[in-house]
Design a protein around this ligand. Structure first.
Ligand code: HEC
Length: 95
């Protein structure tokens, strides 16, 4: 039993440290798309200001979709859109 717990702990901590280590590169797609299409009207301070509008993950998804289709006229695929949502969430919103 003890061995199993040790094994689980080891696997868990290795998984966590690997993903922490990878965060720097994980978002190159979302960050690149964002930086190409999304900083002409607002810069990233809208995501971190005190009175920001977006308060939930689902609001973030729909705001990104609205700005992407309407304001930015970008035609991103679903995975591309998701990568931008994930980038904004991990970097700024942290839901
Ligand atoms: C044509 C201008 C324009 C472009 C381009 C644009 N946006 Fe926006 N965006 C806005 C406006 C206007 C607001 C509302 C700002 C405010 O309330 O001060 C906004 C707000 C937002 C917010 C909410 C910020 C908050 O308060 O929490 C997010 C998230 C966002 N935009 C994401 C994006 C993304 C992602 C892109 C690229 C696909 C993008 N925007 C491109 C005009 C734009």
């Amino acid at each position: 039993m003890k061995n199993i717990i040790h094994f689980l702990l080891l696997t868990l901590t290795t998984g966590i440290s690997t993903s922490l280590y990878a965060t720097d590169n994980k978002h190159h797609l979302g960050e690149g798309l964002h930086d190409k299409k999304c900083i002409s009207c607002h810069n990233s301070s809208v995501y971190s200001r005190d009175d920001r509008m977006v308060k939930t993950m689902s609001a973030l998804k729909s705001q990104v979709n609205n700005c992407m289709k309407g304001a930015a006229k970008a035609e991103w695929t679903q995975p591309e859109t998701t990568s931008v949502v994930d980038f904004l969430n991990d970097r700024y919103y942290k839901f």
